[in-house]
Design a protein around this ligand. Structure first.
Ligand code: F6P
Length: 324
């Protein structure tokens, strides 16, 4: 039976990571285990940066964004030599299992450690929501809401000036944030990597909205979509007159993953952090704990590595009908 575990946060930070660290720590302490908090993800692990966490160390963080442990991207961990070093550092500190709170790249690292025989449990945390084996990852609800707030605010100024706005939001190669914020914000156009639009297609939809008498038009563009805001602006430069609306562009960037986590992200992180500890207590490891159709489900990390969960592009037709 495990008596001492380590926990780290890795990759791009996501609102709710702190709530997950708190849940892992307090869930493990409640079982009488010791907990080591590793600083700065796999990079900190390779530098042996860890300290014991007690219940009070994770107090007052459920509502704070970012991660108290720090996070990093760590190319060395993708190399076998890096992982061998990591394993010896974990062993030296007496850690018998590791909980990795992070996204796709981080869970590929977990899968490699698991393959090399170390007990690891992954907790899906990324605003991108692109992890296989999980319906919604920690941080994504907050990122959607921040994007939505921007869309709502831009709509009022767009209407006043009879303009179109293109809003670019994060998500790497997954269009989930753009799709959800676009539907919730009643966007006239949503451009995703899962269903590409050319700049002329986006412009055509803006033109059609103008001709239908709309006083504004919003295009929500995922950062991974080929029709990026730059390509759209270039196209617009040459065709502005025939489109009707003037165009302004807002790139939200890292704003969408900053600040306080939503209630949904805090609850999700608390459930998943506790589920990771429960998995280890049940002797299950080499798994990602995710929520699938409302239930906490364990999926082997070997099945997750190298796969991606795309946004449901089928919903685009619904968004299109609603934007009439
Ligand atoms: O994976 C999370 C994410 O915020 C992506 O949406 C984005 O493409 C990327 O990280 C940005 O990475 P960085 O924080 O390293 O600039």
């Amino acid at each position: 039976m495990v008596k001492k575990i380590a926990v780290l946060t890795s990759g791009g930070d996501a609102p709710g990571m702190n709530a997950a660290v708190r849940a892992v720590t307090r869930g493990a302490l409640a079982k009488g285990w010791e907990v080591l908090g590793i600083r700065n993800g796999y990079a900190g692990l390779l530098e042996d940066e860890m300290r014991a966490l007690q219940a009070r160390d994770v107090g007052g963080i459920i509502q704070s964004g970012g991660t108290m442990l720090g996070s990093a991207r760590c190319p060395e961990f993708a190399e076998p030599a890096g992982r061998t070093r990591a394993l010896s550092i974990l062993e030296k500190n007496g850690a018998e299992a590791l909980v990795v709170i992070g996204g796709n790249g981080s869970q590929s690292g977990s899968a490699s450690l698991a393959r090399e025989g170390f007990p690891v449990v992954g907790v899906p945390s990324t605003i991108d929501n692109d992890l296989y084996g999980n319906d919604v990852s920690i941080g994504c609800d907050t990122a959607i809401n921040i994007t939505l707030e921007a869309v709502d605010r831009l709509r009022t100024t767009a209407s006043s000036h009879r303009r179109a706005f293109a809003v670019e939001t994060m998500g790497r190669n997954c269009g989930y944030i753009a799709l959800m914020a676009g539907i919730a914000g009643g966007a006239e156009v949503i451009a995703l990597p899962e269903s590409e639009l050319a700049p002329e297609d986006v412009a055509e939809r803006l033109r059609a909205a103008y001709q239908r008498g709309k006083t504004h038009a919003l295009a929500v563009i995922a950062e991974g979509a080929k029709c990026g805001v730059r390509a759209l602006m270039e196209y617009y430069g040459a065709h502005r007159r025939s489109i009707g609306f003037d165009l302004r562009v807002t790139r939200l960037g890292h704003v969408v993953r900053g600040g306080i986590p939503s209630a949904a992200d805090r609850v999700l992180a608390t459930r998943l952090g506790a589920a990771a500890v429960d998995a280890l207590a049940a002797g299950a490891h080499g798994v990602l704990v995710g929520i699938i159709r409302g239930d906490a489900v364990r999926t082997p990390l070997a099945e997750i590595a190298g796969r991606m969960r795309p946004a449901d592009a089928g919903l685009l037709e619904l968004a299109r009908v609603m934007a009439r």
